[in-house]
Design a protein around this ligand. Structure first.
Ligand code: TYD
Ligand code: MG
Length: 459
């Protein structure tokens, strides 16, 4: 059968062209044309369709979602209780973060529980996948694999094997033969995801699509992929470090405020359920160290924030941030200098969240400020044996602003003996409330000097 020729659509204005142009003839934008397979024209007039009677929402029968649990508690929780049959989950993350390991473990557990599974890899050979599976616990070796990059073959195999759960690692490596673009191009990724979605919905297959993230941290391929799937999970952390966090950015079947913490070990990923205890236990009592009462989804998490301030020979001096946003560090340094009398001036400033954890929330500002101030002055923050805990957003005028869930953060700090934590005004019981950054500094650092219960060491 002769196929209709493909069409090139502008992703900015929707203009269609029969062939690819560098510049859209409709709106004049560059590099916006994306190749799409033209659907065969439907036979018969549109009016042949029968009207359907809409149902009142109150009368809709909501079937209880039967979830497939992966037996990885942290993953199940982030998913909202397990995988939903017929749903598509996109798992994004940088190369080497552990996406293949996590999905192999999940499939292994499902296979061990008697579920039909399939691992499709366009990235590694079956032998490479086996090498990984040999390191993993459970029934990882029981999972059938298909090392294939041709989309048609993958779809045909899925239709024949009818797995209940399938992993496609990765969506960027599959190739639809009817599109001319290279595998991983916008048009290809969209086509691959779209065809898999249709099959998954029709056959009730739960699909985990693995996707790479770009250097900027966005999921590679078009944003449209995020609209297509039911759930978008992001696996983050630093490759060289052991801790990784899994977050839901979108979830049609659960909340997006959940996060899971994992540790990469010799035998695969291990769930870290007592992450706060680990991080507090590892926290140092030295100048430049404070504990941040952060929120990981709906769970409070105590992490150590460290800073080092050292004389620089460079102009401009270095500002290195690991685990927090660099722009946020610049803002905190500016406010520290302008409103709290702690100028980093020409010194190099390094800030690090211990364990390779990433905290992307404004509540981290105060911890960064206190760590930098403590490092710059060479004094230990807090007065007692225990590290000092804090949280709060810093405003441009030097005020401390409240952040979400102060009560949960304070309760977590208290649980590990770090009460009272320094927090914005109105935080409630268990907090040393500070309306401004200056007041918070006084509570954390001036207190330590005055009482002198901890000897001040040079950073
Ligand atoms: P991988 O899952 O292949 O990452 P991704 O699919 O996201 O690219 O694994 C990444 C790293 O994890 C790899 O460098 C080796 C390491 N690793 C372990 O440390 N322990 C293990 O048990 C396994 C399977 C991998
Ligand atoms: Mg991989």
């Amino acid at each position: 059968m002769a196929r209709a020729p493909n069409v090139f659509t502008c992703s900015a204005c929707g203009h269609e062209a029969p062939k690819w142009h560098g510049r859209c003839l409709g709106c004049g934008e560059w590099n916006t044309l994306v190749e799409e397979a033209r659907a065969p024209a439907r036979a018969g007039p549109a009016s042949a369709a029968q009207p359907v009677r809409p149902v009142r929402l109150a009368d809709v029968q909501a079937a209880k979602l039967a979830r497939l649990t992966t037996s990885i508690a942290e993953l199940d929780r982030v998913l909202g209780g397990g995988l939903v049959p017929g749903s598509l989950v996109l798992l994004g993350g940088a190369p080497g973060i552990g996406k293949s390991t996590l999905t192999s473990m999940a499939l292994g557990n499902l296979a061990g529980a008697g579920r039909r599974t399939l691992y499709v890899s366009g990235e590694e050979s079956a032998a490479q996948i086996k090498l990984r599976a040999q390191r993993l616990p459970g029934a990882a070796l029981e999972v059938p694999v298909l090392a294939e990059t041709d989309l048609e073959t993958v779809l045909a195999t899925l239709a024949a094997e009818r797995p209940e759960v399938c992993v496609v690692d990765s969506v960027q490596t599959l190739h639809a033969a009817d599109l001319t673009g290279a595998a991983g191009s916008v048009g290809q990724v969209r086509e691959v995801a779209d065809r898999i979605t249709r099959l998954a919905k029709a056959r009730d297959i739960a699909v985990l699509l693995v996707g790479h993230v770009t250097k900027e941290g966005a999921l590679a391929g078009p944003r449209v992929l995020e609209h297509l799937v039911d759930c978008v999970l992001q696996f983050e952390g630093e490759r060289e470090r052991t801790y990784r966090t899994l977050r839901a950015l979108k979830n049609r079947f659960g909340s997006t405020s959940e996060a899971g913490v994992f540790e990469m070990r010799q035998g695969g990923l291990v769930e870290v359920q007592d992450a706060s205890a680990r991080f507090v236990g590892e926290a140092t009592r030295a100048p430049g160290s404070v504990v941040l009462a952060a929120m990981e989804g709906s769970r409070p998490l105590l992490v150590e924030v460290q800073a080092l301030v050292s004389p620089s020979e460079l102009v401009p001096p270095r500002r290195i941030a690991n685990g927090i946003d660099r722009n946020r560090l610049a803002l905190v340094l500016a406010v520290l200098g302008r409103h709290a009398g702690v100028g980093a001036g020409g010194a190099d400033v390094f800030v690090n969240v211990a364990g390779g954890v990433r905290v992307d929330e404004p509540g981290a500002d105060l911890a960064v400020a206190l760590a930098v101030a403590s490092a710059a002055r060479g004094v230990v923050a807090g007065a007692g044996e225990r590290p000092i805990a804090c949280f709060g957003e810093i405003g441009l005028t030097g005020e401390l602003r409240s952040v979400a869930h102060p009560e949960r953060r304070l309760a977590e700090a208290a649980k590990f003996g770090l009460a009272p934590a320094i927090a914005p005004a109105g935080a409630g019981r268990g907090a040393t409330e500070a309306p401004t950054l200056r007041a918070a500094l006084k509570a954390a650092i001036a207190g330590a000097q005055r009482r002198g219960s901890v000897p001040a060491k040079a950073a």
